[in-house]
Design a binder for this molecule. Structure first.
Ligand code: MN
Length: 241
């Protein structure tokens, strides 16, 4: 069985740690078994967890702490979840070090880019402009809100095809500069980076949209989970991993 480590939202309501079931469903449909990580910053526990799972799914959530990309937190930045950053930065680094597959969604792609040395817009409306409305929280998450262009000869293109792809859009932050070795693999019509990958590892892919919310109705979005879980399976069969 392919075990996929899943990072929870980091949001604790009363005593309940939240995770959107759609992330788990995407992994289940791909034939993987999702394993929800606890909120811990214990490095030994996190290394032990990352050694046991075959890949890492970084999920959506609240804003990444700007100190992680060397900036002061501005008033336009949203709520941050330090307990989640404390879990996610080390597990993401470990997944990259162990060359395990990573699928990063929304906040996940932002976190991934930061861990790889990139930076973020703390708020798109304030810092990037309003050419295209990206925080479309009033539109149904299961349907496309805008198109992106998937660039040819990328890992993403091998999964969903190159060219136009309809995506939902529920983010007020975005990638400003790419980390070293990080490649853009999809772009919105206003120029915003909507997907990245890290070709130095076999499968590291991040998307700014929410494929988990669309996957039940738009099979092309489920392909992201399928390709990710296949990569986890392939990694497992490589000696030494
Ligand atoms: Mn968008």
């Amino acid at each position: 069985m392919i075990l996929v480590g899943v990072v929870p939202s980091g949001i604790v309501e009363q005593t309940r740690l939240l995770i959107n079931q759609t992330y788990l469903d995407g992994v289940f449909r791909a034939g993987g078994l999702p394993v929800l990580f606890p909120l811990t910053a214990d490095q030994n526990e996190l290394r032990s967890l990352m050694n046991r799972v075959d890949g890492l799914l970084l999920t959506g959530g609240e804003d990444v702490e700007p100190a992680l990309y060397g900036e002061e937190k501005l008033p336009c930045c949203g709520k941050c979840t330090p307990e989640r950053d404390a879990l996610e930065v080390p597990v993401c680094s470990l997944a990259l070090e162990l060359r395990k597959p990573v699928l990063a969604i929304c906040r996940g792609v932002q976190l991934l880019n930061c861990v790889l040395g990139g930076t973020l817009y703390q708020d798109l409306d304030t810092q990037f402009g309003k050419a295209l409305r990206h925080p479309c929280f009033d539109a149904p998450a299961m349907d496309p809100a805008h198109e992106v262009q998937v660039l040819p000869d990328t890992l993403l293109a091998s999964v969903v095809g190159a060219g136009a792809l309809g995506v939902n859009s529920r983010h007020h932050q975005g990638i400003k500069t790419l980390g070293p070795g990080v490649v853009m693999s999809a772009q919105a019509p206003d120029g915003l980076i909507e997907a990245i990958e890290y070709p130095e590892n076999p499968f590291v892919l991040g998307v700014q949209w929410h494929p988990e919310a669309m996957a039940a109705h738009h099979p092309v979005q489920q392909h992201l989970f399928n390709a990710f879980v296949r990569a986890c399976e392939n990694g497992k069969s490589v000696p030494g991993i």
